[in-house]
Design a protein around this ligand. Structure first.
Ligand SMILES: [Zn+2]
Ligand SMILES: [Zn+2]
Length: 145
């Protein structure tokens, strides 16, 4: 179930936040009353930045998936998620796009490898058929003699 994150301060029911990724936490600041909330983002392989990935807005509505405990943020202006950076195993930050591109390249390489293996198999089959034809020709010749 997905729930909208709403400010819990008495008298405030703001549901628009400024977000800020800090180490393993995501800091939310209520746009209306400035209350601050921290959420664990330990299990993410990326870090959310403070501004929208598509426009420059920095106010977000935040949703929480109660099953997985994951947080999602949507720009209040255009509905896009915040800019993300991927943190690799060495702790180096790359843009999420660069990471995706890298993953796709990896995938293409695997596909390439598979096509290559297939080609080798087809070649093997062709050679097998040649051999078969040769044998048949030989048998024919033998039977005619
Ligand atoms: Zn508030
Ligand atoms: Zn936006």
């Amino acid at each position: 179930m997905i729930r909208t994150v709403v400010c819990e301060k008495d008298g405030c029911s703001g549901n628009e936040f400024y977000i800020n990724g800090q180490d393993d936490k995501l800091k939310l600041r209520c746009k209306d009353c400035e209350s601050i909330y921290y959420y664990d983002t330990n299990n993410y392989d990326f870090k959310m930045l403070s501004s929208c990935s598509s426009c420059n807005n920095n106010v977000f509505k935040v949703f929480k998936d109660l099953d997985s405990n994951n947080l999602y943020a949507k720009c209040t202006k255009c509905g896009n998620p915040p800019e993300k950076v991927f943190v690799d195993s060495d702790g180096i930050q790359v843009t999420y796009e660069a990471k995706l591109l890298h993953d796709i390249k990896d995938l293409m390489h695997q596909v390439d490898q598979r096509v290559c293996n297939l080609e080798i198999k087809v070649e093997g089959l062709e050679r097998g058929q040649e051999l078969l034809e040769e044998s048949l020709a030989y048998i024919n010749k033998y039977m005619c003699e």
